[in-house]
Design a protein around this ligand. Structure first.
Ligand SMILES: [Zn+2]
Length: 317
C-alpha cells in the first residue's frame, strides 16, 4: 500500500506539471488506422489477435517493466490522452491508470478494463504464505485478483469484449474484427480442451509455487489445488523461513515432482525448495509482463500456454 501511495504522489505531481505546461493536449493521430493503447502485455496480445493489421497498437508499459510497481512518465499520460481505444487490466496494479483516466476527458474514447469482462475472485492468502505488513491491512475493501486472463475461459470473454470495443470505435471494420475474434476464440477453446484433458488424466492436482501466485483464476477453472510462497501480486522477495519449510514438507509428503517459478522472477525460493527435495524447477508463464527479447521474438498468450501445457504435464503426472 505504501508503495502504491508513493506512486500516486509522484503521479499527482506529474499531472500537475502537465496541466501547468499545457502539454497534455492531444497528439495528432498517425495514418488512418485505429489508435489503440494497451497498458500491459495481456491486453496488448488480445487486441493484436482481434485487430490484426487494422489497428496501430502501442504497448504502454515497456516489455520487461515490472507491471506491479510501474512509475508513469509524462509521455505515458499524453499517450493515454491521445489514444482512441484504451485497454488495461483494471486491478490493483492499475490504480494509477484510473487516476490518469479520471483526470482526462473520456469523450470520443473507448475504454476497456479486463476485470470488467470476467467474474472476479478475491485475492487469497494461505496460512503459510509470507505476507508483507502493508498487504495485510485490515478493514479495507476486498482486493480482487487482477490476473483474470490466466484462465483461458476468461480469455474468451475478454476477446469478445475486445471485439466489441474495437467494433464500436471503428464500425467500418467490424466484420473483420468479428472474423478475427472467432478464429482466435477457436484456438482458445482448443487450449481449454487440452487443459481439461490434461487435468482429467493427471496423477495429482496440487501445484507448488516457490514464488508469487498469479494463477488463481486458472486453478479454480480446472479444479486444481495450489500452495505458494506469496499471494498473487505480492512484490515480496524476502520469504519467511517458515513459508519455505512448509513448502518443502508439502513437496516431500505429496511426492511433488515440480516446483514452479513465475515469469521474470529470479526463482531463488523455488531453487531452495528444489535443492532440499530433489524436485525440478519449471516456469509457469502468467504473461503479465514479458521480457524485451520474448516480445521481439513474437511471444503470445498462446505460445506461453503451449509452454505451460508442457510444464503442467511434468508437474501433474
Ligand atoms: Zn501480476
Amino acid at each position: 500500500m505504501k508503495r502504491r501511495m508513493r506512486s500516486l504522489c509522484g503521479l499527482a505531481l506529474l499531472l500537475g506539471l502537465l496541466l501547468l505546461s499545457g502539454c497534455a493536449g492531444k497528439a495528432p493521430e498517425t495514418g488512418n488506422r485505429l489508435q489503440v493503447l494497451a497498458a500491459a502485455f495481456p491486453e496488448y496480445d488480445f487486441v493484436r489477435a482481434v485487430a490484426g493489421d487494422l489497428a496501430e497498437i502501442t504497448l504502454l508499459l515497456p516489455p520487461g517493466a515490472e507491471a506491479h510497481s510501474y512509475e508513469p512518465t509524462p509521455q505515458d499520460i499524453a499517450r493515454i490522452g491521445s489514444c482512441r481505444v484504451f485497454v488495461y487490466g483494471g486491478g490493483e496494479s492499475d490504480v494509477w491508470l484510473d487516476r490518469i483516466l479520471d483526470s482526462q476527458s473520456r469523450e470520443g474514447k473507448t475504454i476497456l478494463s479486463l476485470m470488467d469482462c470476467c467474474a472476479l475472485r478475491e485475492e487469497e492468502i494461505q496460512a503459510h504464505m509470507t505476507v508483507r505488513e502493508e498487504e495485510e491491512e485490515e478493514g479495507e475493501e476486498p482486493e480482487y485478483d487482477e490476473h483474470v486472463w490466466t484462465s483461458p475461459v476468461n480469455a474468451i470473454a475478454i476477446t469478445q469484449a475486445v471485439r466489441d470495443a474495437l467494433s464500436a470505435a471503428d464500425p467500418a471494420n467490424s466484420a473483420s474484427y468479428a472474423a478475427n475474434a472467432e478464429a482466435y476464440i477457436r484456438q482458445l477453446r482448443e487450449l481449454d480442451a487440452s487443459l481439461r484433458e490434461l487435468v482429467k488424466g493427471s496423477a495429482r492436482q496440487l501445484l507448488v509455487f516457490g514464488d508469487r501466485f498469479p494463477f488463481l483464476y486458472f486453478v479454480r477453472e480446472y479444479g486444481l489445488r495450489y500452495a505458494a510462497a506469496f499471494p498473487g501480486c505480492s512484490s515480496g522477495t524476502d520469504v519467511n523461513p517458515a513459508t519455505v519449510a512448509h513448502l518443502i514438507d508439502l513437496v516431500r509428503s505429496e511426492g511433488i515432482p515440480v516446483v514452479f517459478r513465475c515469469d521474470l522472477s529470479a526463482g531463488k525460493i523455488a531453487d531452495t525448495i528444489a535443492e532440499a527435495t530433489g524436485a525440478r524447477v519449471l516456469t509457469l508463464w502468467s504473461g503479465h509482463t514479458v521480457s524485451r527479447d520474448a516480445f521481439k521474438a513474437g511471444e503470445t498468450y498462446l505460445t506461453l500456454w503451449a509452454k505451460n501445457l508442457e510444464a503442467l504435464k511434468e508437474a501433474l503426472y
